[in-house]
Design a binder for this molecule. Structure first.
Ligand code: NAD
Length: 439
């Protein structure tokens, strides 16, 4: 099937490359001409494992092409996906301007019936609003094309985006139209349903809510375990044991019970806040979701305070990890942004290392941040070392080697990747989150 995907970011590009790999003909559309040029040359603008290979393969087969002009793609396609960004706007409500521009552009240039599919994360009611805007443009043009709006929220995880798209747990499709939309979506996703993955149909409103509900629930699990870390520290308990004891219960499960510095990234913080904004609009109280957000902010603050309290004036701090999580270079709402700002504000200096995110991190971090080429270089002469992202390369660090290059002894492990004993045995001091610190 011929489709267009508007917005070639983390979601749109992965979807485009995967649909092309699965046999569809995909035109990726983006307003960013430099990005389109880069994509046409086979280079991925962001780091995502396996993506560049798929991009190259799609270009080679000719099933994947790119353009900056949606109107040029439109005559050829049956479906237009919108995968543009929906960042936090006023009062943390999702900023839907880009989504509406795409919807109106489709209506403005369509010369046949076409399905408009919203893949961006949008509040409930956005599909209806898109449909209204499309109807108005079509009316003004004096044409009568059938352009229904379907919700198809995306659940991929950055760092795992390609496998998540090729083999998703489920695909959610919200359809209110009874005139062929469902059948078109079934045809599009056939390569995925053929391998047994569920395609779940529901109303458009339900689908729009599923996305926010899922992210808020996962964020709540993280905040719940983080909430307990203070109690664990105050009582000498170990949050790892608590999480293990809880997670072995099948009703609870072990995932998202990993205590740390709190969640960041382009989705959880903004989606939790956007759900709260929607709830407020409808006058529906959501105290659990509110608490999720509060705990997350406190957790980051608590870590920063602990580090700052331990530092003598004008300390030199080594930082391992800048991206909001491993296997991505995404810096949106990364804890490192707040942590480094607080360190510089307090008069300290920082040398940081990240395996892939350094270039993307630079615009977000204080100008005087120094960047290292290796973990050991970042730790050299450091009074303390902070672990801010749990990249695999940090997990196997040789603590004796680390001790030999550092000036001080303190390791603040914001991701709980080390065992206290391994760090202590090398003569260093361990400060995890919700775990007993070494003396
Ligand atoms: P992104 O910022 O990486 O990409 C958005 C792209 O859209 C950019 O390349 C931008 O140039 C382009 N764009 C903006 N306006 C445009 C327009 N009018 N026409 C054409 N292109 C335009 O964003 P993302 O992370 O891919 O997120 C996209 C949506 O998917 C958001 O709603 C997000 O909440 C949701 N989502 C993201 C993830 C994730 O992990 N990143 C996961 C699930 C859902």
């Amino acid at each position: 099937m011929k489709i267009a995907i508007v917005g070639t970011g983390y979601v749109g590009l992965v979807s485009a490359a995967c649909f092309a790999e699965l046999g569809h003909e995909v035109i990726g559309v983006d307003i960013d001409a430099a990005k389109v040029q880069m994509l046409e040359s086979g280079k991925s603008p962001m780091y995502e494992p396996g993506l560049e290979e798929l991009l190259k393969s799609g270009l080679k087969t000719g099933r994947l092409t790119f353009t900056t002009k949606l109107e040029e793609a439109l005559p050829h396609v049956k479906i237009v996906f919108s995968a543009v960004a929906t960042p936090p706007g006023e009062g943390y409500k999702a900023d839907l301007r880009a989504v509406f521009i795409v919807a109106e552009t489709v209506a403005k240039f369509a010369n046949h019936d076409v399905l408009f599919v919203n893949k961006s994360t949008v509040p409930v009611g956005t599909g209806e609003e898109c449909e209204k805007r499309i109807a108005k443009v079509l009316k003004d043009r004096g044409v009568q094309f059938h352009i229904p709006v379907v919700s198809n929220p995306e659940f991929l995880r950055e760092g795992m985006a390609v496998p998540d798209t090729m083999m998703p747990d489920r695909v959610i499709v919200g359809v209110n139209d009874t005139n062929g939309s469902r059948e078109l979506m079934e045809e599009l996703y056939r390569p995925i349903t053929r391998v047994g993955k569920p395609l779940v149909f529901m109303s458009r409103e339900s689908a729009e809510i599923v996305k926010y509900a899922s992210n808020a629930f996962l964020a709540t699990k993280i905040s719940f375990i983080n909430m307990l870390t203070g109690l664990a520290e105050a009582t000498g308990a170990n949050i790892r044991d608590i999480a293990k004891g809880m997670g072995l219960d099948n009703r609870i499960g072990p995932k998202f019970l990993h205590a740390g510095i709190g969640y960041g990234g382009s989705c959880f913080p903004k989606d939790v806040k956007a759900l709260l904004a929607t709830a407020q609009e409808y006058g529906i109280p959501m105290p659990i979701v509110e608490a999720t957000d509060t705990v997350n902010q406190l957790q980051r603050k608590r870590f920063i305070e602990k580090v700052l309290q331990s530092l003598p004036k004008k300390s030199h701090v080594g930082v391992w990890g800048l991206s909001f999580k491993p296997k991505t270079d995404d810096m949106r709402e990364a804890p490192s942004i707040d942590v480094l700002k607080a360190l510089f504000d307090a008069g300290h200096s920082v040398t940081a290392y990240d395996p892939v995110a350094t270039e993307k991190a630079k615009p977000h971090l204080p100008a005087s941040t120094q960047y290292a080429e290796s973990p050991l270089e970042a730790a050299k002469e450091a009074d303390v070392l902070l672990i801010l992202t749990e990249w695999d390369i940090f997990r196997g660090a040789d603590m004796h080697e680390l001790k030999s290059v550092m000036k001080g002894k303190d390791i603040f492990d914001g991701r709980n990747i080390y065992e206290s004993k391994d760090v202590t045995d090398a003569g260093l001091k361990y400060h995890g989150i919700g775990v007993p610190s070494s003396l």
